[in-house]
Ligand binder design. Structure first.
Ligand code: AMP
Length: 478
């Protein structure tokens, strides 16, 4: 993407003294000016300093750390066929398969004119192709922690020559329970190395982790909440709780949105909404932690290709997805955690582009909206949905009885980080308690329909529960 004209920093990549091979790759990408985080991070990293970066996906942080890594490793670049001449020198750890793949794609693009080799390893896939790649020698490895340790155990990779370590989305890695894995990995690395850590939030745990493995770090903070939101036009529409799905369908139709992420607070809610939108004739699919990685990647690919126009996602599933040029995001539910609102609307208006963040809320969500406005220090404009006639959502007629069954099903659903409901005792309204319908006890299953993903497969058999970390790209072990 190239919204470079809108980027406030007007230095050029050429000003950093990057190698011509790297500059050529950036030209191929259409980048001319660095984003603010790149402008700050690149010179510091080139000096070999440790960095603690407060930056979210969408700020250009990947190039911010990848370019200096490539530049610094160029000193070792060689075209030898011997694996021994290509030891792992830079390690990037990411919480999810999707993020790992995105980072790897970026790194591969930026080193394509150099002899440096890079690869990605993540869980939930056959280890063999990854093993072959690792054993042939590769300087830059992007990995999810669990799978990396699997390769270490099988002696497919040696980390003894790593000179640069990146922890991307460190907060999410901690949320997903990767701390012990991270500690094991760090223990395998040489003591002397350059460390980078990126996190969107700074909990005491993150600060502790940073304190334990960064040496005299420079903190870079870019595009925090409000700055990100500036390019995004926000609006909220109040509707009756029972008309929220109607409202989403109406907005999608009225604005003719073709590439949009709709956020749902629950996995069940995401599946139901996607299912209903498909019934309405829309190209929609849900993406959340109950789905296998293959399903999630298939949905993501289809979305990127435009075969799916509406991706209904939970926060965890959406986190780290590099889907650029989104014209809009829709909050079907206001998030229970106000910070998630900022993450969500950061999906649009990325790297300087403008976008719309549209939220639906009902009476019971007033407090959530107030929390969000307090956090972003601005009032989100209220508006009314023109031409909206509630009650038109066809799936309501077919599945009207299921609406009452939602919460029981949520309780029965596998627990994971996205189960935020009721997490704060003082805060948000609790989900309603209702009776169960077996459909909601089953994990969401997509079906293939004329080569595209459809959102619903009600009769799919329940799959055995998997650990959330595994579903998100972390494990699996044993
Ligand atoms: P990231 O935050 O690293 O996921 O990057 C977000 C998006 O911005 C990706 O689609 C990148 O390809 C794009 N991007 C990164 N750096 C630049 C740049 N300097 N100019 C324009 N687009 C960029």
């Amino acid at each position: 993407m190239s919204d470079i004209e809108n980027t406030p920093v007007q230095v050029k990549f050429a000003d950093f003294g990057l190698a011509p091979e790297i500059l050529r790759a950036l030209t191929d990408q259409g980048y001319v000016h660095p984003t603010p985080i790149q402008a700050e991070a690149i010179p510091i990293l080139l000096q070999g300093r440790d960095v603690m970066g407060a930056a979210q996906t969408g700020t250009g942080k990947t190039a911010g750390f990848s370019l200096p890594i490539i530049q610094l490793l160029l000193a070792h670049a060689n075209t030898s066929m011997s694996p021994a001449r290509h030891p792992v020198r830079a390690l990037v750890l990411a919480p999810t398969r999707e993020l790992a793949v995105q980072v790897a794609e970026n790194v591969a693009a930026y080193c394509k004119h150099t002899p440096l080799r890079s690869t990605v390893v993540f869980g939930g896939m056959d280890m063999k192709p990854q093993t072959e790649k690792l054993r042939s020698g590769v300087e830059i490895v992007i990995a999810t922690p669990g799978r990396l340790l699997d390769h270490v155990e099988q002696k497919n990779i040696s980390l003894g020559q790593v000179q640069m370590l990146v922890m991307d989305e460190a907060d999410r890695m901690l949320d997903m329970g990767f701390l012990p894995d991270l500690q094991r990995i760090i223990n395998l690395l040489p003591k002397k190395r350059q460390n980078l850590m990126f996190s969107a939030t700074f909990s005491p745990e993150i600060k502790k982790l940073a304190g334990s493995f960064l040496t005299d770090p420079i903190t870079i903070e870019v595009a925090r909440s409000n700055a990100t939101a500036e390019k995004v036009t926000q609006v909220v529409y109040k509707v009756g709780e029972e008309h929220k799905r109607d409202a989403v369908a109406h907005i999608l139709r009225q604005r003719q949105l073709k590439q949009v992420i709709v956020f749902s607070n629950t996995k069940i809610g995401a599946s139901r909404l996607a299912r209903g939108l498909v019934t309405e004739g829309m190209k929609a699919a849900a993406i959340h932690g109950d789905k296998t990685q293959q399903e999630r990647m298939a949905a993501l690919d289809a979305f990127k290709k435009g075969e799916i126009e509406v991706l209904v996602a939970t926060d965890v599933a959406a986190r780290g997805l590099d889907i650029s040029d989104l014209p809009a995001v829709i909050n079907f539910d206001l998030p229970y955690n106000a910070e998630d609102y900022v993450h969500r609307i950061g999906r649009t208006g990325r790297a300087g582009a403008s976008g719309d963040a549209i939220s639906i809320y009902s009476d019971k969500d007033e407090r959530l909206l107030a929390d969000i406005e307090k956090l972003i220090k601005q009032t989100v404009p209220r508006s009314t949905l023109e031409g909206f006639v509630p009650g038109g959502f066809r799936s309501d007629e077919r599945h009207g009885d299921r609406r009452r069954d939602r919460t029981q099903a949520d309780r029965s659903a596998p627990r994971g980080p996205e189960r935020r409901d009721g997490a704060r005792g003082d805060g948000p309204p609790q989900p309603r308690r209702e009776k169960v319908d077996p459909w909601f006890l089953k994990p969401y299953e997509p079906t293939r329909n004329n080569g595209t993903l459809a959102a619903a497969a009600p009769a799919a058999p329940a799959k055995p529960k998997q650990k959330v970390a595994a579903l998100l790209g972390g494990l699996p072990k044993g």
